[in-house]
Design a protein around this ligand. Structure first.
Ligand SMILES: *[C@@H]1O[C@H](CO)[C@@H](O)[C@H](O)[C@H]1NC(C)=O
Ligand SMILES: *[C@@H]1O[C@H](CO)[C@@H](O)[C@H](O)[C@H]1NC(C)=O
Ligand SMILES: *[C@@H]1O[C@H](CO)[C@@H](O)[C@H](O)[C@H]1NC(C)=O
Length: 412
């Protein structure tokens, strides 16, 4: 169910998103479901129609997070799936949704609850000349999904997230229109406790987490699981997402005298937290950090300006850093390999060094560039990826590439 691995989260997320769209449109598991889909498709054959999708996924963070760029580009997964579904002559799922055109409108959820709330309102009420969307794919972060799912529920628009893993979102009554393709963090939190107690035989740890839906949701499950397995949690330190500094929490960790620290929070906070902790004397040789899926990606060092550039600091600091994340990847299947090969052939969306790629969604919003600081005097910031350097998910390949960049534990 879960596996140790350092990275590869990027393409995991891409795959989830592509799967999201495919599930959304094909939606078939059991036999009678697929019959129903066949019947539906026969009916659709005579009836051309358009389905409007809303994409609510992060590109840049808010000002509080320093406008940090999300190192994985989930829009790419949706982009690929939409292109392939809409193209009936490319040999990829050409039978899917005959006579149907998928249109999409994008809003940046910024991993933020209030921005995602606004985004969901725009998508459901304003886009496509006020017609709104039929369904939302998103959000990325759990906190963003919580508010967006409330909007979705209020207007009866289904919403499906590739990456929002907080156990909070399992509450069907609170979020009746929300589903997700990533498993709940309940699994990861319990697996963390099993690893700490069964694999490493630790009897006590410290816990630090953000107070958003992701951090709190996972921490609650962790504490319950720890209690059930007699793992002592010496201290529970919390901080607000995008906090200016963490000195109080660092002091709390020092006072608890634990060298085993579980950290659960968004990536940009996490990398800043562990870097400033190191400066305060916590971490490195003799310490073990254990985190969940948000830090199982290169954003762990890329989203902190110091860690991104100081390789020697990174090497000292990430000694003994472990992440645990659920692996839903159908690794090694022919279908998956072919999907990744097609991914590598997508055009680069990073811009040409002077201007960004200015491709828009079907409603005129930029897909790979943004006035990320809401200041018209500064240039647009480019997002996107270079398809030729895309990180294919192969645990061994991924581990060896990443291990050369930082000495994390990279394999099972
Ligand atoms: C559809 O796919 C085919 C085969 O890859 C390609 O030649 C064609 O340009 C695509 N059509 C569009 C509209 O992208
Ligand atoms: C686990 O730790 C306890 C003490 O905390 C010790 O008694 C026990 O032998 C250890 N087990 C293993 C397998 O190392
Ligand atoms: C917008 O950017 C310009 C140019 O960098 C800068 O001088 C100005 O202070 C910025 N405005 C705000 C409101 O931050």
């Amino acid at each position: 169910m879960t596996s140790w691995r350092a990275l590869g989260a990027h393409s995991k997320k891409y795959a989830f998103i592509a799967a999201t769209v495919l599930l959304l449109t094909a939606g078939c598991n059991g036999e009678h479901l697929s019959k129903a889909v066949e019947r539906g498709q026969r009916r659709l054959q005579d009836q051309p129609r358009t389905i409007r999708l809303g994409l609510l996924l992060p590109m840049f963070g808010t000002e509080a997070s320093g406008f940090s760029r999300f190192s994985w580009s989930p829009r790419a997964g949706v982009y690929q799936a939409l292109r392939e579904i809409n193209n009936k002559t490319d040999g990829v799922e050409d039978h899917l949704l005959p006579n149907t055109q998928l249109l999409y409108a994008y809003r940046d959820s910024k991993c933020d609850s209030s921005v995602a709330l606004q985004g969901a309102l725009h998508l459901t009420q304003d886009v496509f000349g006020g017609a709104g969307v039929d369904v939302i794919i998103g959000a990325g972060c759990s906190d963003a999904s919580v508010t967006a799912a409330q909007v979705a529920a209020s207007v009866g628009v289904p919403m499906i997230s590739p990456t929002s893993t907080s156990p909070v979102l399992s509450r069907g009554r609170a979020y009746p229109y929300f589903i997700r393709t990533a498993p709940s963090d309940s699994f990861t939190a319990e697996a963390m406790v099993v690893a700490l107690t069964q694999l490493w035989n630790f009897s006590s740890v410290a816990l630090v987490h953000s107070s958003d839906a992701y951090g709190t949701g996972m921490a609650d499950v962790f504490l319950a699981a720890a209690s059930a397995r007699s793992l002592t949690v010496r201290t529970r330190q919390t901080f607000i997402k995008d906090a200016a500094h963490f000195s109080l929490q660092h002091r709390g960790l020092i006072e608890a005298e634990s060298r085993i620290i579980v950290i659960v929070c968004p990536t940009s906070d996490g990398s800043r937290f562990i870097r400033t902790a190191f400066e305060a004397g916590i971490g490195g040789e003799g310490y073990l950090w254990l985190s969940g899926d948000t830090m199982a990606e290169s954003g762990l060092w890329e989203s902190d300006a110091v860690l991104a550039t100081d390789l020697s600091l990174r090497e000292r600091l990430l000694r003994g850093f472990f992440t645990l994340s659920a692996n839903g990847q159908p690794d090694g299947t022919a279908k998956y390999d072919s999907y990744l090969a097609r991914r590598q052939q997508l055009p680069s969306t990073t811009g040409d060094g002077v201007t960004c790629n200015l491709e828009t969604d079907d409603d005129g919003t930029l897909l790979w560039a943004q006035d990320h600081d809401a200041n018209a005097s500064t240039p647009l910031a480019c997002d996107g990826y270079d398809a030729s350097t895309i990180n294919l998910y192969d645990p061994k390949h991924s581990a060896s590439t990443r291990c050369s960049q930082s000495p994390m534990l990279c394999t099972t």
